[in-house]
Design a protein around this ligand. Structure first.
Ligand code: PLP
Length: 284
C-alpha cells in the first residue's frame, strides 16, 4: 500500500522513521482516523479541527492546512485498493538525538498517513446491523482523555479486557460511578425515548461521530437528546445502549457483562438514529 511520510508518498515497506522518534519512545503525538466511503470523507473538517486542538494542547507546531490534509487523504484514497477506507493521520513531536522528557528544540514533527480497508458503512437495519456486547470497568486512564493522543496504552488495556471476556468493547465509569466513554468509542443510553450521553470534559474524547449524531438528532427534533452525567444504576436500567465511533457509526449494544440490554435485541430508537446519521453524515 501507499503511505505518506513527511511530504512524500511511498510504499509502506519503504516508510522509515527513527527509533528516537518521540512518538515511538513516549507516545508523544496526536492522531485521527477519518472514514472515506467511495471517495466521500466523513466529518473531515471537524476531524482536522480536533487534530489542531490536540496539537495545540501538547505544544506541537505544524503549519498544515485542512486543504493540505485533504489532498493527502484523497491521494491515499486514489492510490490504495478498496472502496471503503479509513484514513489514519499521525503527527508526533519528531525525533530527538537523545531521550529526554523535555521538548527538544529545533525538531521537526513527524507526519505520517496511511489508508486501511474498513467494512462498508453500517445500515439502519436490525437484521444486517453489527450488534455489540461489552464489558465494563473503572476508567483507569489519565485525566486528559479529551486529547486524541497516540499514547493509547490505557485504552488498549481496557479494550483487551473486553476482548478477553468475549466482548467487543469495554465501557468505562469514573471513580464516582459515572459513565465516561468506551475504550475506543463514545457511549450513550436511551431511556423512555431520550438519548443521554456524558457531557464533554477532560474525561472523554470529543468524538466526531458524537458531535455529528447529536447535531443531526437535534436538527431532526424527533428524538430528545441530553448531555449529562449518567450513573451506573441508570446505565444498567437503560432501554438501549449505543456506542459511536468513526468506523461503527451508531453501534447498538445488546449485552453488558453478559446481561441483556432491555430485551437483548437491537432497539427501535437505534434504527431512527442510525438512519438519520446515514443520511446526514456527508454534510460535515
Ligand atoms: N473515544 C475514544 C477513546 C476513541 O478512541 C474514539 C475513536 O476512536 C472515540 C471515542 C470516537 O471518536 P470518533 O467518533 O471521532 O471516531
Amino acid at each position: 500500500s501507499t503511505v505518506y511520510l513527511n511530504g512524500e508518498y511511498m510504499p509502506m515497506h519503504e516508510a522509515k522513521i527513527s527509533p528516537m522518534d518521540r512518538g515511538f519512545l513516549f507516545g508523544d503525538g496526536i492522531y485521527e482516523v477519518v472514514p472515506c466511503y467511495s471517495g466521500g470523507l466523513v466529518g473531515f473538517g471537524p476531524h482536522m479541527d480536533r487534530m489542531n486542538d490536540g496539537l495545540k494542547a501538547i505544544g506541537i507546531e505544524l503549519a498544515m492546512s485542512h486543504e493540505e490534509w485533504k489532498a493527502i487523504a484523497l491521494k491515499l484514497d486514489g492510490e490504495n485498493d478498496g472502496e471503503n477506507l479509513g484514513i489514519y493521520f499521525h503527527v508526533s513531536r519528531g525525533a530527538d538525538t537523545k531521550r529526554a522528557h523535555s521538548f527538544p528544540s529545533g525538531v521537526k514533527p513527524t507526519v505520517f498517513a496511511f489508508a486501511f480497508e474498513i467494512p462498508p458503512a453500517p445500515v439502519a437495519d436490525k437484521s444486517k446491523a453489527n450488534s455489540y456486547s461489552v464489558s465494563t470497568s473503572t476508567d483507569l486512564r489519565w485525566k486528559r482523555c479529551n486529547i486524541k493522543s497516540t499514547a493509547l496504552l490505557g485504552n488498549v488495556l481496557h479494550y483487551q479486557k473486553g476482548v478477553d471476556e468475549g466482548n467487543q468493547e469495554c465501557i468505562l465509569f469514573d471513580v464516582d460511578g459515572f459513565l465516561t466513554e468506551g475504550s475506543s468509542t463514545n457511549a450513550y443510553i436511551v431511556k423512555d425515548g431520550v438519548v443521554i450521553t456524558a457531557p464533554l470534559s477532560n474525561a472523554l474524547l470529543p468524538g466526531i461521530t458524537r458531535f455529528m449524531l447529536l447535531d443531526i438528532l437535534r436538527k431532526d427534533g424527533r428524538i430528545k437528546v441530553e448531555e449529562r452525567a449518567v450513573s451506573r444504576e441508570e446505565f444498567d436500567a437503560a432501554d438501549e445502549v449505543w456506542l459511536t465511533s468513526s468506523s461503527k457509526e451508531v453501534g447498538p449494544v445488546v449485552a453488558i457483562d453478559g446481561k441483556p440490554v432491555g430485551n437483548g435485541e437491537i432497539g427501535d430508537v437505534w434504527v431512527v438514529a442510525q438512519q438519520l446519521f446515514s443520511e446526514g453524515k456527508f454534510n460535515y
